[in-house]
Design a protein around this ligand. Sequence first.
Ligand SMILES: Cc1ncc(COP(=O)(O)O)c(C=O)c1O
Length: 405
Amino acid sequence: MSLSIIGRSIAESVTLKLNETAAILRAKGEPVIHLGIGEPKTKAPLDAILAAASLLNSGEIRYTPADGIPALKQAIVRYTGDQYKRIVSPMNVIASGGAKQAIMVALQAILNPQDEVVFPAPYWVSYPEMVKLCGAVPVPVLPEDGSFYPTMEDIARVCSSYTKAIIINSPNNPTGAMYSADFIAEIVEFCEKRSIYLIMDDIYHRLIFDNRKPISCYDFLKTSVDESKLIIINGVSKQYAMTGFRIGWAVANRKLIEVMTNIQSHQTSGPSVVLQAAAVGAINGIQSCVDSLCATLENNTKVMMDQLHSFEGVRATKPDGTFYCFVDFSHYNKDSSKLAFFLLDKVRVITVPGKEFGLDGYLRLSTCGSLKEITQGIERIKWALDPNSPNELYIGERKLVRDWL
Ligand SMILES: Cc1ncc(COP(=O)(O)O)c(C=O)c1O
């Protein structure tokens, strides 16, 4: 079979593959605990459902403008005013099929083959593949001090005349680390000085703990939005638990938005009008759902961290937000893929190998499930790995006997 060079270079999405595996095992009646999941389990906001249902009832379900319906663009303008304290124009906004498409279209609009895109590691699994889809070169950079918090020096070290863009994701998937306002200020200034595009992937920006406040990168921008190369990415997936609705957006200078719109118009056209209506409902609706999701995640994270801290040999850094804990299991196995497979095979717990995020020896554990799933999931992992655990473990009626330590 003859396939393109780009087609052959793209890896499958491991997180989506894991969801598939969990569904297959569950359908067979296996007692799977999915700690790999990347979506909240709460229901979509009622305002979103009612808005979509009312449009569906009208029976008038048509194409939309390629950059989104005016009501959604207006809602995003308002959101940007509320959350980022910056008044932008609808011409600075494009609505896409998820934040994923917004990032992809932005990259397609700015990258030429061989351009480099720098991003801190560990990173969201899709960044390297999206950059490669544009024929460009991903340049991940691990913080030199071994922490999850990159410094400006870390980033500057790998930037060259080939660097076209930097992607910053804070709070971060997979580490949950929220970068400091000082770091964001430095990176905005650096990109402005060097005329580098800065893509701020803010998809988790309201899911933060300990009374932290979201940081607006616009606070540090010296120029107007239309003169700048700053691209803000956000969406409804995580904050409103609306992953299946597939609505995300980008806010950037209007010339770039125009080019992104042209690309999107030939790719998918505008997102489904029903789902855009739902997004308008969520953004303009009652916002207490975001606070209550945040409180649930904060509590789940605390429970997971407490349990992990009683686990010898495991190093767990407290996340500042998101619904992930990125945990160092290298004491047990330096190969995170082998370890994740072992845990699935022996105790039916799904985790995501750190290797996929550019840092081996770690596993990403999700706090999206119920407290019962979290506690039982960690208990099972502990039983499987800790040589001091009893020889047997009951999962429901099923007795597991350890035959590997
Ligand atoms: C860091 C990051 N950016 C973007 C996305 C994509 O979000 P969406 O569901 O809106 O496409 C995800 C989803 O997992 C993510 O973790």
